[in-house]
Design a protein around this ligand. Structure first.
Ligand SMILES: NC(=O)c1ccc[n+]([C@@H]2O[C@H](COP(=O)([O-])OP(=O)(O)OC[C@H]3O[C@@H](n4cnc5c(N)ncnc54)[C@H](OP(=O)(O)O)[C@@H]3O)[C@@H](O)[C@H]2O)c1
Length: 262
């Protein structure tokens, strides 16, 4: 199937590693030009070099931005306008909020999480929408979490502060549909990235078990019996960002191996 991504202009946030990077790599393989962003210039430089090797025929740029800071989000989009003169695809990922149970977290943790997984999506979506409306075509894909469907006790910030993402996706899908722009979210549960390895380490410490056992225990709760690979999520995201996905909007698709059914 031709996804129609050849030559498209895409921005992927939180893309120096993990899910964001996997999505950027998939878009680059499909011939899209990409700008990647995250906080660390050094990590971005390395990620951009890897992407250029994956497909030397596309344009790859990077720009550092901390998504918890609106001024940095604005500067990122100034860069997008300057370099691309427009935007057709947005893939939004972000950092993982501090893990922990509700009563373990302090005011600062909650405010940080609200900016990291809540407000940042609004700031990014608003600037992306302006650019896409000018072109009369666009695809926004937000990477959220399965905690939007099923709360996890030790991921209280994620289970609570991500909730606005659902409202954002549904509201924007309605508002932007007449402009040829679709807006969707994907909700991963367990995908093998640095973030998940960090959570497994915490579980191992808490329960006095090995990393391997912790990962096995985390996957045990998933009906398909394993964690996902980042490329599997990236394939779904690339489809939602594609030409043929034009009739899919306002959805939040669980990517959880059946986990939320239990
Ligand atoms: N992997 C999973 O199974 C899973 C499941 C559910 C939800 N999620 C969510 O999906 C998102 C991505 O997870 P991941 O597994 O890809 O995590 P990861 O491997 O830890 O990667 C996180 C990425 O976010 C960037 N980042 C962190 N804080 C940032 C900030 N304030 N502003 C801009 N970029 C920032 C990091 O780069 P810098 O350090 O350079 O900023 C890095 O590129 C997270 O929100 C996570 O909670 C993941």
């Amino acid at each position: 199937m031709d996804l129609g991504l050849q030559g498209k202009k895409a921005l992927v946030t939180a893309a120096s590693r993990g899910l964001g990077y996997a999505c950027a790599e998939m878009l680059v393989r499909e011939g899209a030009n990409v700008i990647i962003s995250s906080r660390s210039r050094e990590a971005l430089e390395k990620a951009a070099a890897r992407l250029r090797k994956v497909n030397p025929h596309v344009e790859v740029y990077y720009h550092p931005a901390d998504l918890t800071r609106k001024d940095e989000v604005d500067r990122l989009f100034d860069f997008v306008e300057e370099v691309f003169g427009g935007l057709e695809i947005l893939v939004y990922s972000t950092g993982g909020p501090k893990p922990g149970r509700f009563m373990e977290l302090d005011d600062e943790d909650w405010e940080e999480a609200a900016r990291l997984v809540g407000l940042s999506a609004v700031w990014v979506a608003r600037r992306a929408a302006r650019l896409m409306m000018r072109q009369g075509w666009g695809r926004m894909v937000f990477i959220g979490s399965i905690t939007l469907i099923k709360p996890y006790l030790n991921l209280a910030t994620s289970s609570i502060m991500r909730m606005p993402l659902l409202g954002l996706v549904r509201t924007l899908a309605l508002e932007l549909a007449p402009h040829g722009i679709t807006v969707n979210a994907v909700l991963p549960s367990l995908v093998l990235t640095d973030r998940v390895l960090q959570l497994a380490r915490r579980k191992a410490e808490e329960e006095g078990i090995s990393m391997e056992e912790a990962l096995q225990k985390m996957a045990y709760e998933i009906p398909v019996g394993r964690a996902a690979e980042p490329e599997e999520l990236a394939a779904l995201v690339a489809f939602l960002a594609s030409e043929p996905a034009g009739f899919i909007t306002g959805t939040a698709i669980p990517f959880d191996g059946g986990r939320s059914l239990r």
